[in-house]
Design a protein around this ligand. Structure first.
Ligand code: EPU
Length: 416
């Protein structure tokens, strides 16, 4: 298993080009199943997760090719509706194929994702929404099985704001018969952009960017030809690297509005920011100020930045409080950070972080994607050497992370 060896303590400086967004790319990849044709997705990040999703599409009969960051998906000969356990267990987002398969073929057999490293992560809203649209879904031997579904418009109100369920039902509704109304939908850019991509293919969706979507079903769509938006979490992570190491990093190819909540917190921590249309320059303070952070659905502070922000707070000049209201158990990075000298007390879903002057290098273990980013950040700011084990988690969601950090002056090396 690959590890990262980091010799920390240097401020990072320079320019980094932000890759396409993982969480925007995955639902658009699923949407290629809605209509037979040759789909072109540009700016797709080369990550383990996009490769896993490509494999899911291939197993369904699609022809998939990556040429640098251009992904071409030919869905003309899709001839299977089964997404197997072996792939779904490695990536929960595989469940995105369920709605498109039901919408196009009336059938689907998709493994039910199990638990996740930081909690149950249910998919009940996906299933009850599709059922409200007329799908009969059974759980058989660990699989969600739908047969003879003819999706019809329905009014569905979400009691929890869910990125995945919003995207799933939007994809199902564009080809359903009649009108679907989705209430209390997610506003994350990944979801809104999926809607815009579908509209570009002939879907009729009203209310994008608001909490209520009205979707009039159409009988066919054109193939997708789009560029994936920049990854707001990767961008915010590099911004946090500047905050933590006291360096100056210019983020290129970004949409600053998409990570404004994180930028505002970094400003509060003492960072100086220069925003432009598609770039932001972040200069970190000598030592960050402590923060109060509460994760919320977009446009609030993202749960996908909670771990990285705890890393910043770990070296802040005072005590910070970080609460995750989306995933109550997403704190596996806390005991690992403690091995580097961080002083963090966890009370349920609230971390009380007493900033220390300096972290110290240690051997630590990555436990999930964002926790891994947090540990790499801590390593960059720490005194001495840190060995981060199990970095396959990082490869799921950060394109060329160590090359990008090395180009900013980090002493970082992958060990096979
Ligand atoms: N929820 C339910 N029932 C459902 C679905 C969700 O109760 O059927 C709850 C969840 O338990 C959670 C909340 O709703 O408390 C929000 O979950 P959501 O459905 O929005 O999450 P997701 O779609 O499974 C996506 C991202 C995650 C990110 C979350 C929250 C993708 C592929 N994944 O997951 O990204 O944390 O939204 O913003 O888009 C990551 O990239 O590291 C990552 C985990």
């Amino acid at each position: 298993m690959d590890k990262l060896l980091v010799r920390g303590g240097k401020p990072l400086h320079g320019t980094v080009r932000i890759s396409g967004s993982k969480n925007a790319a995955l639902p658009v990849m699923a949407a290629t199943l809605l209509t037979p044709g040759v789909h072109r997705l540009r700016n797709v990040p080369r990550l383990r997760d996009t490769q896993t999703f490509a494999r899911v599409l291939e197993l369904l009969g699609a022809k998939v090719s990556f040429d640098s960051n251009l992904l071409t998906v030919d869905t003309r000969e899709v001839n299977s509706v089964e997404a197997p356990y072996e792939l779904v267990k490695t990536m929960r987002a595989s469940i995105y194929v369920l709605g498109p398969l039901l919408a196009r073929f009336g059938r689907a057999k998709v493994s039910l994702p199990g638990g996740c490293a930081w909690g149950p992560r249910p998919v009940n809203l996906h299933l009850t929404g599709l059922q409200a649209m007329g799908a009969v879904l059974e759980i058989e031997h660990g699989y969600i099985v739908g047969r003879d579904a003819r999706l019809k418009g329905a009014t569905i109100g979400f009691d929890v704001v869910s990125v995945g369920a919003t995207a799933q039902l939007m994809m199902a509704a564009v080809l359903a018969e009649g009108t679907t109304v989705l209430e209390n939908v997610a506003l994350e850019p990944d979801v809104t952009v999926l809607g815009e991509v579908l509209v570009g293919c002939g879907a009729r969706i009203e209310g994008l960017g608001s909490r209520r979507l009205t979707i009039h079903g159409v009988t066919s769509l054109r193939p997708i030809d789009t560029a994936i938006i920049p990854d707001r979490i990767e961008a915010a992570t590099f911004a946090a690297v500047a905050a933590m190491t006291g360096g100056t990093i210019r983020l290129e190819n970004v949409m600053p509005d998409h990570f404004e909540a994180a930028l505002r917190k970094l400003e509060e921590s003492g960072c100086a920011l220069q925003r432009a249309a598609d770039s932001v320059t972040v200069s970190g303070p000598a030592r960050p100020r402590p923060l109060n952070v509460v994760t919320q659905p977009f446009p609030g502070f993202p749960t996908d930045m909670q771990a990285q922000m705890i890393a910043v707070c770990a070296v802040a000049d005072g005590t910070s409080v970080v609460e995750d209201t989306i995933y109550l158990d997403r704190f596996t990075h806390v005991p690992e950070l403690a091995r580097m000298g961080a002083q963090i007390e966890l009370k349920g879903n609230v971390a009380v972080v007493k900033g220390v002057d300096r972290l110290a290098g240690a051997q630590v273990m990555a436990t999930d994607l964002r926790a891994s980013a947090c540990l790499v950040m801590a390593a960059l700011a720490a005194r001495g050497e840190t060995l981060v084990d199990r970095i396959y988690h990082l490869d799921r969601g950060y394109e060329s992370l160590e090359q990008k950090l090395a180009a900013l002056g980090a002493d970082i090396q992958r060990i096979h």
